[in-house]
Design a protein around this ligand. Structure first.
Ligand SMILES: *Cc1c(COP(=O)(O)O)cnc(C)c1O
Length: 380
C-alpha cells in the first residue's frame, strides 16, 4: 500500500494542448454529462498503453493486474488521489467497480446501524435514499423536490441520533451544487461523482466520499471511495465480502481483478490535474468557465437558467428557452450540433439544455459555445 509517497511527474503542457496535437481533427466540443470529456493527455496516453503498456510489449488490456507494472499504476493512482485531495492519515483510497450506484448500497451496508439522515437534492439523492431504506430508518432532513430540485435546501436540522448524514455535492441533472464542505456533528458522507477534483475539499470532515469515475476522472468502470477507517466495523450485520470496504482496504483494491484500463486512464487524468497546479488551480478555471457561460445565459434574450442563482453548479449548467422562444428548442440543439457542440440537450426531467463543463473542458470550448448562443440569438 502506498503511504505518503510523492508522485513525481513531468508533463509538457504545450505538447498536450489541442493546438499542438493531431487530436484537433477529431475533437468536437463535448458537453456530455457522463461519460464525458476527458483530457487529450488522458486519451492519448490510454491509447498508447492499449498498444504498448509501460514498455512491456503487451497491451494494458491483456496484462495481469498482479504484474509489477500494473501494481505500480495502482499504487501511483492511490497516492496521487491522496496528494491532490490532501487526504489525511486514517483514510484509505478504494478503487472498485459497480459505479456510484453501488456505493448507494455500500454506504448504508457498512455504516447504517439504525438511522441515517439524507438531503434530497435530485435524482441521484433519491436513488441513494431508496437503497439506504433497505438497511434502516432514513430521515430526509430537507428536500427541494417541491421545485423540481432547482435549489439546495438550507437551514435544515440533522437529528443527533443518526449514524451519518449523506448529501450529493453536485446534482448533475439539475445543475445545483454545494461547494462548501458542510459543518455537521454527524458523520458525513458525500456523493461527489460529478464534481470531485473540481475544487479543494476538506476530507477530514468526511467519513466517506465516493465518486463514479466517468465525469471528472476516467472512462466508466471504476469508482473511487475515500474512506475513514475509523468509521468501519461498527455495524453488526454480516457484509458480503465484495461490499465490505475493509476487504478492499486490506487488499489495496486488489481483492479481485480491478478495472485496470479505467484505473490507468484515471492515473493519466490525475497527472494532468497535478501538472495544471492541482485542484485549487482547477477550481479557478472552473469558476471562470462557469461565470462566462452563466453571464451569457443571463444576458441572452433567448435563454434563462433553471437553477437558483446562489446554488448554480460550476460543472453542469442547466438552462431553457424563455417562454416566448420555447418552440426554438429543438432548432437550437440542431444548430449547436452543426457547429460541433455535442451533448447539450437537457436531461428529460428538466428539459431544455445542459452544458456539462467538467475539468477537462477547455475554456475555448465554452467560449465557442457562447459564440453559438449569440449567433442563434442574432437569427431571431
Ligand atoms: C452519474 C452519477 C451517479 C451514477 O453513477 P454510476 O456510476 O452510473 O452509478 C451518481 N451520482 C451522481 C451525482 C452522478 O452524477
Amino acid at each position: 500500500m502506498p503511504k505518503k509517497q510523492k508522485v513525481n511527474i513531468d508533463i509538457n503542457i504545450e505538447k498536450i494542448n489541442y493546438k499542438h496535437t493531431n487530436f484537433k481533427k477529431m475533437k468536437k466540443h463535448n458537453f456530455y454529462a457522463g461519460p464525458s470529456i476527458l483530457s487529450p493527455y488522458t486519451i492519448k496516453n490510454t491509447a498508447d498503453a492499449v498498444m504498448d503498456f509501460a514498455g512491456t510489449g503487451l497491451s494494458i488490456l491483456e496484462v495481469s493486474h498482479r504484474s509489477k507494472e500494473f501494481v505500480a499504476v495502482m499504487d501511483e493512482t492511490q497516492a496521487l488521489i491522496k496528494e491532490l485531495l490532501d487526504v489525511p492519515a486514517g483514510y484509505e483510497v478504494v478503487l472498485v467497480g459497480g459505479g456510484a450506484s453501488m456505493q448507494f448500497c455500500m454506504v448504508p451496508f457498512n455504516l447504517l446501524k439504525t438511522k441515517a439522515a439524507y438531503l434530497e437534492t435530485g435524482t441521484w439523492a433519491v436513488n441513494a435514499i431508496k437503497e439506504a431504506k433497505l438497511f434502516g430508518e432514513v430521515e430526509v432532513v430537507a428536500s427541494s423536490k417541491d421545485a423540481n430540485f432547482n435549489y439546495i435546501p438550507k437551514n435544515y436540522e440533522i437529528p443527533e441520533d443518526v449514524d451519518y448524514f449523506h448529501f450529493t455535492s453536485n446534482n448533475t441533472i439539475f445543475g445545483t451544487e454545494i461547494r462548501k464542505d458542510p459543518d455537521v456533528k454527524a458523520r458525513l458522507v458525500a456523493d461527489m461523482s460529478s464534481d470531485i477534483f473540481s475544487r479543494p475539499i476538506d476530507v477530514s470532515k468526511y467519513d466517506i466520499i465516493y465518486a463514479g469515475a466517468q465525469k471528472n476522472l476516467a472512462p466508466a468502470g471504476v469508482t473511487l471511495a475515500i474512506v475513514k477507517e475509523d468509521a468501519l466495523g461498527k455495524v453488526d450485520r454480516a457484509i458480503p465480502t465484495m461490499l465490505d470496504y475493509r476487504t478492499h482496504i486490506k487488499k489495496g483494491s486488489m481483492f479481485n481483478t480491478p478495472p485496470c484500463l479505467p484505473i490507468y486512464s484515471a492515473l493519466q487524468t490525475l497527472k494532468y490535474y497535478k501538472s495544471l497546479g492541482g485542484v485549487a488551480a482547477l477550481e479557478k478555471i472552473n469558476v471562470e468557465k462557469a461565470t462566462m457561460l452563466y453571464d451569457e445565459i443571463d444576458r441572452n434574450r433567448l435563454f434563462k437558467g433553471t437553477a437558483a442563482v446562489e446554488d448554480r453548479s460550476i460543472m453542469n449548467v442547466c438552462f431553457v428557452m424563455n417562454e416566448e422562444y420555447q418552440e426554438l428548442e429543438g432548432e437550437f440543439v440542431e444548430f449547436a450540433k452543426s457547429k460541433g457542440m455535442i451533448g447539450i440537450k437537457g436531461h428529460r426531467s428538466v428539459g431544455g439544455f445542459r452544458a456539462s463543463i467538467y475539468n477537462a473542458m477547455p475554456k475555448e470550448s465554452v467560449a465557442a459555445f457562447i459564440d453559438v448562443m449569440k449567433e442563434f440569438e442574432n437569427k431571431y
